[in-house]
Design a protein around this ligand. Structure first.
Ligand code: FMN
Length: 152
């Protein structure tokens, strides 16, 4: 899909109809790695792909997603949160580019079982993912959705 059309078509999907393929996952992880992080300190972040039903069943607010990707970092400040946002957003757009359903997720962060994330890393942001029956078509977007001041 053309980039701007895709941006207009993006939406949070909370109903999933099956597991994604490893090839789809691979592209989503490539998109994550194409993201930006503050000061280019990529080594201060980790991606954890959770597909194990025993782990997913302990996590809150994931809408029965068959895949959750957690971005974690060594610190938990504004820089880290913003960096995690760019990583997750890249993954979300690539998921939708492949016709998959995805949604940003913070609700699950406090319920990730111990030992799932790498030692010393705190959860920052996550993406829920799965196949979807929903279609992606450009939405009507109003410029008034986010109040804007133009200073010129
Ligand atoms: C920082 C952040 C955290 C979010 N956390 C959650 C969440 O935990 N659960 C959820 O269902 N949606 C979550 N969302 C998705 C928003 O609720 C959603 O993007 C918003 O309602 C707009 O809908 P849209 O994505 O369809 O445009 C989050 C979005 C952002 C940016």
């Amino acid at each position: 899909m053309e980039t701007f059309e895709m941006i207009q078509s993006r939406k949070s999907v909370r109903e999933y109809s099956g597991q994604i393929t490893d090839k789809q996952l691979n592209n989503i992880l490539l998109a994550a790695n194409a993201g930006s992080v503050g000061l280019a300190k990529f080594d201060e972040y980790r991606l954890t792909v959770i597909q194990k039903p025993e782990v997913l069943s302990q996590m809150n607010g994931i809408y029965d997603a068959p895949t959750v990707i957690v971005v974690s970092g060594q610190n938990n400040g504004l820089m880290e949160g913003n960096s995690a946002g760019t990583i997750v957003h890249n993954m979300e757009l690539e998921a939708e580019n492949q016709g998959l359903g995805a949604n940003y997720n913070m609700a699950s962060l406090g319920s990730i079982p111990a030992g799932v994330l790498p030692d010393g890393f705190k959860p920052l942001f996550a993406l829920t993912l799965g196949k979807t029956n929903e279609a992606f078509t450009p939405r009507e977007i109003s410029l008034k959705k986010i109040q804007t001041n133009i200073v010129k």
